[in-house]
Design a protein around this ligand. Sequence first.
Ligand code: NOJ
Length: 738
Amino acid sequence: MRQGPLDLARVEGVLLDMDGTLVDSDGTVERAWSAWAREYGLDVETVLTAAHGHPAVRVVRSLLPGLGEEAAKAAAQRQYELEYADASDVTAAAGARDLLAALDRMGLAWAVVTTSDDRLAKQRLHAAGIDPPVLVTLDDVGAAKPDPEGYLRAAALLDIAPSACLVVEDSPPGLAAGRAAGMPTAALRGLDGDLRLPGLGRLAHLLERSRVRPWWRDAVGYQVYLPSFADADGDGWGDLAGVCSHLDHLTRLGVEVLWLTPFFRSPMRDHGYDVADYHAVDPSFGGEAALDELLTQAHRRGMRVIGDLVVNHTSDAHPWFTAAASSRTDPHREHYIWRDPAPDGGPPNNWLSHFGGPAWTFSPATGQYYLHLFRPEQPDLNWRDPALAAEIDTVLEYWFERGLDGFRIDTAAYLVKDADLRDNPSLPAGQVLPARGVTMDWRRQDHRHDIHQPDVHAVHERWRRIADRHGAFLVGEVYELDPHALARFVEDERLHSSFWFGLVETGWDAERIAAMLEAATTASSRLSWVQGNHDRSRAVTRFGGGEPGRRRSLALHVLMALLPGTFWLFQGEELGLGDGHVPAERTVDPLGAAEPGESRDVVRTPMPWRPGPGLGFTTGRPWLPDGGRGEPDTVAVQADDPASHLNTLSRLLATRRRLAHLLAATDDVSRIALDAPVVAYRRGGLWAVANLRDTPVADVELPAAAVFDTDDPAVGLDRPRAGRVRLAPYQALVLAAR
Ligand code: NOJ
């Protein structure tokens, strides 16, 4: 059953409940009911629990069933009197102003629908400074929620079909009223609606983003490395229920797209990048139900989820391969790449596996070698076989139907190999490729024939047609560092986006990074910006480690925040984590076995959620050691510190969310020169400015007011800072025109 995200683009009107939703009147409501409870000799807590979301007269009847009709009305009237008398601390709810401003910008209609009477509603809205174009109260319809009449009346007054109205509520009766009116619902206070909102600011953002086409443009993505994110069942191995239990962390951070590393059934020889069944979720990750639940919960939060399409190769345990290896005439034989031995009986050509040794393994049953650019347990698929291409089409269709919002494409540029399987030339003696994540032998070849063949674009174009029919997103893993060459992978109707790994493959070299970034921004507006992933040393470590490494990484995040495309975080990056420590005897990465210096285990150690054994990642023994993380590395500790890496990055993304309408105005971004040695970009009415030097820069004249400052949590959209500033090493700012 497809459980897609609610399509907010179809919303034409927003119908808001008043108390607790648009207006923060908790104090006065509580005081009035408490005073009333005391007058009537009732327990205050019981009364408060019964009162929320219901009209006074109904609450009175439920609490004092013995009262006659007239006495009940009088008791309810008394309760109203107490409420009329006290509007002292009524304010607009957090995020209400942002929401109303966003509705105004988008030209969306709105109304307030409340079970309060007219007098109270007008008094409270006035106190909160809110003047709704349409107000429907208990006096208008005489029916209290969960009766849908109020919502239906508001829709009629706005002249909008009920199904195009979004009801926003913070109480079960209110949500029931919205549902009964046939309207989609958005729920606050952790309640369940079609959308679950942590606040109105989030709704403003989601509505605004729903008008941005395509949906992934300028989105914030987050990579979950599934085995290491969170383990819900205590077996020491991360799972989908673990991800589900931390969705609120991701929402708070501002994540809009979640990339899950492979969850398919797999023998885990490369931790999921060896798929044995493209239509099944591995039981160790929680199986089918866990994935469906995660999709439902993520979509309710307005978050999209993409999978990881690993189709350069399968597992050798995939039934296609076991069949293909059994006989030269098996119908699946052509799905893989088989060749006779060389005349000396050795491999057919000189291609090498990334994980060490030749890229060919002899299969005695049929007397031929098969190709594997990774482990022998990861045989390469033959993308020149039309039947294979058709099979993979059905995989995409299946997952998009099931509710996935797209795929990251594993080794997207590797799929098609040279038709004649020609030898790769060796590089001149002494020369090695700058590539990481491979063996030294691999780096000594010029990979002219095994990878990055131009025929691969046709495969991407084919997938793009499928994805576009489903509104799904395809982002490629393409290790092409020249951004102009990379741009060819995302031009026309090819992949929607591709990661640019310039910031993943480099150490700290401020000048070079600034130049690379500039080249990448001019190459394409469809790139995915990323500093790390599960295959390479973490940015903080590559950028020097410790506090300097963290500050450098953060400064680049500020620049990235302004660039058109998508902005990605790798799990733990929000905490400023460097590489974890993994003792040699606990190494499990196949690459680490061949090239110990390249082991990827150090970036895959468990996510540190809270201090204590297992770091909140697991109650069992983690599959990789905890990496030596300390208490300050954990989400729980950082969440409580306003100046932590987590809160600074969250603040950056929150600012960016509130500026999303300005980002959406243009994709044109250019590096600009300020009268100071800083790196600055301008995109329409926004600027990002960073001091990438390890010395301060004095007296920088800002072209607009700062609305985000890495070093000063007091600076914000509501407290901008203009004028000249001194920038400490790696301090970075976002500026916005008034
Ligand atoms: C790239 C993935 O990111 C990596 O983890 C994996 O080992 C290879 N592709 C092979 O699938």
